[in-house]
Design a protein around this ligand. Structure first.
Ligand SMILES: [Zn+2]
Length: 347
């Protein structure tokens, strides 16, 4: 098989690149007879940093066939790397490693408090055991995911427990992601120094400089929250309306303020059908995040945060190529000219 070559303008910095896939590594050293597969504007692949592939609906078990088709949908949309902060079960060994599925990092099953979250999903340790369970998970896969708050009026995981979980996860060489959709949960997460806050709805914007200072990332999952807001706002009888409507209404402003404050913001979809990362980018831009920053959240910034370099010598050979600058026309995001994963053309 001929060596694959791409050429064009690379983002983030807009510099010209001419790269050859030496197996799963990009190199600038020309390879004779290489096949130029695409030319244009090039991203180092899109990233969905918050997605739970493999289950038909909340509470349902992990299903291999659904998992494969969800991952394929990600790939078709130009996503070459996902992070799953919570899965319906421990994934099969091929997860994240096969030709037709993106690279993947994951936190295994969610770690949740008893009586909260979707029935049938997650591990539910006693609070005293939660830090050890999180550390054990992070030691296995690099990440653990804790649901710090859930419905209005539910108990928030005490900050002391969360702080110990962070310490033990870090000692195991891993990182801790935390689900929060209430002000109190967000505050506890920031105080405990978790690695990423997922959703962050209701987070006090005054805490954003602390997130930036402590290197706490925020994955706002803005598109799905905005869609839920429209549904809940239209239904006067909707459960949790008085909590959800104000939090979700402020969420776009919070997202833009987080970018402004220098917080690492990651794009994540958190919903079915999979492959909707472009929607999240558009939601961020609608909330007045610049197209450059919104695409960064769904590409090079998220990749760097998850440990993968961009379009540089020696980087993993992933790329998405567009006909023109996607920052100038976000509709292009859904229409890649080529998707390259592990040095192979997928689309
Ligand atoms: Zn989620």
């Amino acid at each position: 098989m001929a060596v694959l070559r791409i050429r064009g303008v690379a983002l983030s910095d807009g510099e010209p690149v001419d790269l050859y896939a030496d197996g799963d590594r990009w190199t600038a050293d020309p390879v004779p007879g290489a096949e130029l597969v695409a030319e244009g504007w090039i991203l180092p692949g899109l990233v969905d940093a918050h997605t739970h592939p493999g289950a038909e609906a909340p509470g349902r078990p992990l299903d291999d066939d659904i998992l494969r088709s969800d991952l394929r949908a990600h790939l078709d949309s130009g996503v070459t790397l996902i992070r799953s902060p919570g899965l319906a079960g421990d994934p099969p060994a091929w997860f994240g490693g096969e030709d037709d599925s993106p690279r993947a990092v994951h936190a295994g099953p969610w770690i949740v408090q008893q009586g909260q979250f979707f029935e049938g999903w997650g591990r539910r340790p006693e609070p005293v055991d939660l830090p050890a369970v999180a550390a054990e998970q992070a030691g296995r896969t690099g990440w653990a995911k804790v649901v710090v708050d859930w419905k209005p009026g539910d108990d928030v995981i005490p900050v002391g427990v969360l702080r110990e979980a962070v310490a033990r996860v870090h000692a195991a060489g891993g990182r801790l992601a935390v689900h929060s959709q209430h002000a109190a949960g967000g505050e506890a997460a920031v105080e405990a120094g978790v690695d990423s806050i997922e959703h962050g709805m209701g987070l006090d914007p005054a805490l954003l400089p602390l997130l930036a200072e402590r290197g706490i990332a925020l994955t706002p999952t803005l598109a799905v929250i905005t869609e839920s807001l429209q549904r809940i706002a239209a239904d006067p009888e909707a459960a949790g309306r008085s909590w959800y409507v104000p939090g979700a209404s402020a969420h776009g402003r919070l997202t833009a303020a987080a970018v402004e404050a220098g917080v690492t913001v990651l794009a994540g979809t958190d919903t079915r059908p999979h492959g909707g990362i472009a929607r999240e980018v558009r939601a961020m831009v609608a909330a007045r995040v610049s197209p450059h920053e919104a695409i960064a959240a769904a590409s090079w910034t998220a990749r760097a945060y998850l440990g993968l370099p961009g379009l540089v010598e020696g980087a993993p050979a992933d790329a998405v190529v567009y006909d023109a600058d996607p920052r100038a026309d976000l509709n292009l995001l859904g229409k890649p000219r080529a998707v390259i994963l592990r040095g192979k053309r997928i689309q």
